[in-house]
Design a protein around this ligand. Structure first.
Ligand code: ADP
Ligand code: MG
Length: 654
């Protein structure tokens, strides 16, 4: 213990400069924050053209010049004072913020950590006025102003960022990194404000120059890259008439351009770029099953809602917001995106892929091309196979493991009929019952009635198309655009998954009571979990109970799995294994989906299973009937299209 620590420390008020510098820590993290705050001010001032100049990634200089309304001479010194703003006057205004800024803190923060200069002129003044500070704002007043020349509008120059706070300066990254963050920030603002022209010059080189008065769509392509054209779907929702309602317009990427990070997701709420968990989650849900878990859709989403419906005053840089009703936001985003995806043909074409990477295309970091030395074009076209051999290689890699199970076809058909609401589960079928009653059939032995039903289905199908099964694994056929190649397991799995998902939404899955229970070994931990799993098991039609100290007895099993010859013991063992994963929450929808996914995978036709013509025809019919049939539940593609154009190219005809 030193003498010092035994003394009670005394309290003193910080000097305004130190207070400002501390406050600046929240708002000004790096040059990109300066760009954001200054450009937002320009937008709030009604600018139609905003020029941003950067030197040394903005560390040496950020200058933002606009043609907005300007600041009157009398207010110029006030503008750099903390808590000085023209945008709100009272607390009640916080409820209806229509400007990007309102905290009155940005200019004060920036001036306290840089050499700052502001020049401004309003339309009613015939001269501009200028104010220069050197990190100190105390004692500024009209006497600090000097006349200057310049057009109507405002130009702010920020030099030597953090020159007086070396600790913060140390946290800056390389010039190239800071520069690309500045440009990314500006690009985001440019996306949100398509009518405004944005120019960005780095060391005199123009990196961004967007025309004035663009449509959101044209601006998106301008900023994100024209090569995205044809890779984006439009998502729409307009419920603005509803007082809580929100309007949504967006461009969302095809599954093939999903990425490893959320870097290509741009979400705007009333023109403000935000990171928002609700929106991100809704988007991920809409893409669930068509992109691999852990990958992220490309998306530009613009939400508009009444300012009362969203609190923007929850984050110092306003990057996060709080919705009054996040449920409405979630469902609007989810449904709009899902509709757009459902309406689109998501079958990837051969030309858009490279081996094993059909669903890994589009890696890349920046949202803009040509930013700094390390930059690469966003969404760079990836190399793709140029030889049929490479093409086949691709298939080998995505093909599921080769196991043999006898194919009984009826389950697919029944499952899909279930989704169409024709026959409810458990009706009209003497030998099968819901969970509440029980009829007994020996496992694996289809009843006569069932076989008859199966025959009927077989007769009903008419093979009109030419279909070829290749190596008992892939199904090849044609459509208007070219050749379709289907991964039979992936497609069947997807079809079953959708059917199960729809069915389980209505009632518990139909189950079959076993003549003799199937007994499975279980660890004490698994036995303990059984109670927790019970509601989930009931939903999928499994009845299981402890059987002695270290075993579980399966009394009833889903009819669907039973018919497909899935072994109850193996199924339960796998289910236990799945449920012991750390993130498995038995009560959640995620867990249900996981288990349905496992069921469809087990029940689906495998690679190596021979299918007859009728079965092939039916499978392809189901492809059209089922939503998101383009990808299996894991997000892998079920179908690839080789277009006629692509064939012509391969054969050197074009
Ligand atoms: P806020 O934007 O939260 O009001 P700022 O510190 O960013 O706070 O700016 C303070 C005030 O300075 C603004 O309210 C606005 O009146 C004025 N101002 C800042 N930049 C500009 C600009 N480019 N054009 C016109 N007025 C500006
Ligand atoms: Mg501001």
């Amino acid at each position: 213990m030193t003498a010092l620590s035994t003394q009670t420390p005394r309290i003193r008020a910080l000097s305004p400069l130190v207070a400002s510098q501390i406050a600046a820590g929240e708002v000004v993290e790096r040059p990109a924050s300066v760009v954001k705050e200054l450009v937002e001010n320009s937008i709030d001032a009604g600018a139609t053209r905003i020029v941003v100049e950067l030197e040394q990634g903005g560390i040496e200089l950020v200058r933002v010049t606009d043609d907005g309304g300007g600041i009157v001479r009398e207010d110029l010194a006030l503008a750099v004072m903390p808590h000085a703003t023209s945008k709100i006057t009272g607390t009640e205004d916080l409820d209806r913020i229509a400007t990007l800024g309102f905290r009155g803190e940005a200019l004060a923060s920036i001036t306290s950590v840089s050499r700052f200069s502001i020049r401004s002129r309003t339309a009613t003044s015939d001269a501009a006025w200028q104010l220069d500070t050197d990190g100190v704002v105390e004692g500024l007043g009209e006497h600090s102003l000097r006349p200057a020349s310049g057009p109507v509008g405002t130009s702010i120059t920020v030099r030597n960022l953090f020159f007086n706070t070396p600790a913060r300066r140390k946290f800056l990254r390389t010039v190239a990194t800071e520069q690309s963050r500045c440009v990314d920030t500006l690009a985001e603002l440019a996306l949100a404000h398509p009518t405004v022209s944005f120019v960005c010059k780095c060391e005199g080189r123009t990196l961004l120059d967007t025309p004035m008065g663009q449509s959101p769509h044209d601006r998106a392509l301008e900023v994100l890259g024209k090569e995205l054209k044809g890779q984006l779907l439009t998502a729409n929702a307009d419920q603005f008439d509803d007082p809580r309602g929100i309007a949504l317009w967006g461009l969302i990427g095809l599954p093939s351009i999903a990425r490893a990070t959320r870097g290509a997701q741009h979400v705007f709420i009333n023109g403000r770029a935000v990171r928002d968990k609700t929106v991100q989650h809704a988007l991920a849900e809409a893409y669930r099953g068509i992109i691999e878990p852990g990958r992220h859709a490309t998306a530009l989403l613009m939400l508009e809602m009444s300012p009362q419906a969203v609190d923007v005053n929850v984050h110092p840089t306003k990057a996060e917001v709080r919705f009054r009703d996040s449920g409405v936001v979630h469902s609007t985003v989810y449904h709009a995106c899902k509709r757009a995806l459902a309406a689109a043909d998501l079958t990837p074409t051969y030309g858009s892929m490279r081996p094993g990477a059909l669903f890994r295309a589009g890696e890349g970091r920046a949202i803009l091309p040509s930013v700094g030395p390390a930059a690469q074009p966003a969404y760079a076209p990836t190399s793709h196979p140029t030889s049929p051999a490479a093409f086949i290689e691709y298939f080998k890699r995505i093909a599921p493991s080769n196991t043999q199970t006898p194919i009984s076809y009826q389950a697919i058909r029944e499952a899909v009929e279930g989704t169409q609401g024709a026959a409810g589960p458990g009706d009209m079928r003497p030998e099968s019952v819901g969970n509440d009653g029980a009829a007994s059939v020996a496992p694996g032995e289809p009843s006569l009635a069932r076989r008859a039903l199966n025959d009927e289905i077989l007769l009903d199908a008419s093979p009109a198309q030419r279909i070829l099964q290749v190596h008992n694994s892939f199904v090849v056929t044609q459509d208007e655009q070219g050749v379709l190649i289907v991964d039979q397991h992936a497609l069947h799995e997807r079809v079953m998954f959708e059917a199960l998902l729809a069915r389980v939404g209505e009632s518990d899955l139909e189950s079959q009571r076993l003549l003799t229970p199937v007994v499975v070994d279980a660890s004490p931990a698994q036995l303990a979990k059984l109670d927790e799993l019970a509601p989930l098991l009931k939903r999928i039609g499994v009845e299981a109970e402890p059987f002695g100290p270290s075993r579980v007895a399966v009394q009833a099993f889903p009819t669907f799995l039973f018919d497909r010859g899935v072994d109850p013991a193996e199924f339960l063992t796998d289910l236990f294994e799945k449920s012991s994963a750390g993130d498995f929450m038995p009560g959640s929808e995620d867990a249900l989906r996981d288990v349905l996914d496992m069921m469809s995978c087990k029940a689906a036709v495998k690679a190596g299973d021979r299918m007859n013509e009728t079965e092939l025809t039916e499978l392809l019919k189901l492809r059209e009937a089922v939503e998101r049939s383009s990808n299996c539940p894991h997000g892998r593609p079920t179908t690839v299209r080789l277009t006629i154009r692509e064939l012509e190219r391969l054969f050197g005809r074009s």
